[in-house]
Ligand binder design. Structure first.
Ligand code: S3P
Length: 182
């Protein structure tokens, strides 16, 4: 299958499934998959919790911006971004210009359940994860709503969400470069 878009960029809150869906989407479209958080860890030479603890969140956001900017250049790929990336207006503009943004939208209970399975998310260690995710939803969902595509993810399997996403991508118009129009 020919990749329909140059860059497909997954956005959404922690626990929305950006990495697992992104990996499967990339396989399906025969495109490389890159997880921006993993690239940040490589670039910084330490884990995300350590970056937050030692250098602080603003330093993390700087590295995040530079890494995503780099990843948006070059070969076509599926790119999963950390939940805060699309909140940065420069990152948002770069994504809008060079890729097709897909918001994986999930309800609070789904996010709470999925994030409970994994540690390593410093923002969720600052209090009650459900309260924190709830306020991040209030702050971020209006901004995420500017994504090119919105895919609702709930209790269905990763494969079912993948099928909805593939179907939605199939209806996106392309411009001359093979990039989806806005
Ligand atoms: C963050 C989300 C994390 C990671 C960092 C900050 C956020 O990525 O980038 O912990 O601000 O929402 P995931 O959304 O992949 O968990």
């Amino acid at each position: 299958m020919t990749p329909p878009h140059r860059m497909i960029v997954l956005i959404g809150l922690m626990g929305a499934g950006k990495t697992s869906i992104g990996r499967k989407l990339a396989e399906r479209l025969d495109m490389p998959f890159i997880d921006a958080d993993e690239e940040i860890v490589k670039a910084a030479g330490c884990s995300i919790p350590d970056i937050f603890e030692i250098y602080g969140e603003p330093a993390f956001r700087d590295v995040e911006e530079r890494v995503i900017d780099r990843l948006l250049q070059g070969e076509s790929k599926v790119l999963a971004t950390g939940g805060g990336a699309f909140m940065n207006p420069r990152v948002r503009d770069a994504i809008k210009t060079r890729g097709l943004s897909v918001w994986l939208k999930a309800d609070l209970d789904v996010l709470v359940r999925r994030t409970a399975r994994r540690t390593g998310r410093p923002l969720l260690n600052q209090g009650d994860p459900e309260t924190i995710l709830g306020s991040l939803m209030t702050e971020r969902y209006p901004v995420y709503a500017g994504a090119d595509l919105v895919i609702e993810t709930g209790n269905e399997s990763v494969n079912e969400t993948l099928e909805s996403l593939v179907a939605a991508l199939g209806t996106e118009p392309l411009d001359a470069e093979g990039t989806a129009g806005s």
